[in-house]
Design a protein around this ligand. Structure first.
Ligand SMILES: [Zn+2]
Length: 145
């Protein structure tokens, strides 16, 4: 039976407003968010209450926009080495999107744009021989505490 995946043509920037990161204080999971109306980025940790806030008024030189975690320089929570690369997802929704893609045996793409996150993924994500290993890694990341 085919396990069908329909590309939703999402971009990495569709997930950048809420990014799971390693808490700078307790190393548990914290969440970095962007508030474009108030031009702030926030980091909050449920485990220890660590809270940081910074203005996003001025972008660092040479950048057009930054994902939420980049304002705090914290590593991603949903991240793990895989073969010669690094597998990562910004948040749970992003992880599940990748899981659906990687788990699918039939992948449908509507019109290539070269901007969608699937098109920008390193090759190891697309390789059928990595499917099982990647799905195991995703399960591990989902259960990370
Ligand atoms: Zn914490």
């Amino acid at each position: 039976m085919n396990n069908r995946f329909q590309d939703e043509n999402l971009r990495l920037s569709d997930f950048e407003r809420e990014v799971w990161v390693v808490c700078p204080a307790c190393a548990k999971k914290a969440v970095a968010t962007l508030d474009s109306e108030r031009k702030t980025a926030r980091l909050f940790c449920d485990s220890c209450g660590c809270h940081k806030e910074t203005t996003t008024d001025v972008l660092p030189y040479g950048t057009i926009h930054l994902a939420a975690h980049s304002w705090f320089g914290q590593p991603l929570w949903l991240q793990a080495p895989f073969r010669n690369g690094v597998f990562y997802a910004y948040n749970f929704r992003h992880l599940e999107y990748l899981e659906r893609y990687i788990g699918a045996t039939l992948r449908e793409h509507k019109g290539r744009t070269h901007f969608t996150l699937l098109e920008k993924l390193p090759r190891f994500y697309h390789d059928a021989k990595n499917r099982e290993g990647l799905l195991k890694l995703i399960t591990r990341l989902k259960n990370r505490t």
